[in-house]
Write a protein that binds this ligand. Structure first.
Ligand code: GSH
Length: 214
């Protein structure tokens, strides 16, 4: 199984399935694409059906969307452990991931993921602030409903946490004030061994993408 990724420092969509695979100890190799480089089309030719990353290649097929990859991994390798076991919680987790997948445009636009960014605040639009309030609201709801005190959005680590890891990284980099218990959740996610591995690789990259340096 091979995953094709963008730059670890900047590629938020790549981080999501990679974190799931790494956290659950799946066996995979990686191939990297340099985003924003002149020859990106050539790099992606024959690898990325829609000229985007991430792409997972397994058993002769390509899966080209972060959420579709997570769903596939959950079914094929995780025996359902990628989602909460309870169908109601699972429906909620899926709603959150879809909300992330299709929304929060102001946060995505104004606060590009930049894992190695020195922590500092920036001025945000009302739209970005509304996105942040909504995210903090859903984080708070999830954490308040933790039955086993597992500390992840649905108690145990799930695809929902993987999907919001780039948001956690952004909240950290751009010094977003969330209050508790969300601040504690952010620290738990930032300390995850899988994320630390990603971060080390992001720090070792040399390409700087100016448009993502805010
Ligand atoms: N909905 C897609 C989004 C993928 C996406 O936009 N990837 C970006 C990098 S994070 C990309 O490949 N950009 C390259 C380009 O647009 O040329 C997913 O969830 O995988």
């Amino acid at each position: 199984m091979k995953i094709i990724l963008g730059n670890k420092n900047y590629s938020s969509w790549s981080l999501r399935p990679w974190l799931l695979m790494q956290h659950f100890g799946l066996d995979f190799s990686e191939q990297h694409i340099s985003l924003y480089s002149q020859d990106i089309r050539q790099q992606m030719q024959g690898l990325c059906p829609n000229y985007k990353v991430p792409v997972l290649v397994d058993q002769g097929i390509s899966i080209w969307d972060s959420l579709a990859i997570c769903e596939y991994l959950n079914e094929q390798y995780l025996e359902g452990a990628g989602w909460p076991r309870d169908p109601l919680q699972r429906a909620k987790a899926r709603s959150m991931c879809n909300e992330m997948h299709s929304g929060f445009f102001a946060v995505r636009e104004e606060m590009p993921m930049n894992c190695r960014r020195e922590i500092s605040s920036i001025t945000l639009s009302a739209g970005a602030q509304a996105d942040i309030s909504r995210i903090v609201e859903i984080f708070n709801q999830c954490l308040a409903a933790n039955k086993q005190q597992g500390g992840f959005l649905f108690d145990e680590f799930s695809i929902a946490d993987a999907f919001f890891m780039p948001i956690v990284s952004r909240f950290n980099s751009y010094n977003i004030e969330t209050g508790q218990p969300v601040a504690q959740y952010l620290q738990k996610m930032l300390a995850l061994p899988a994320y630390q591995t990603w971060l080390s690789a992001a720090k070792a990259e040399t390409q700087v993408i100016e448009v993502a340096e805010v």
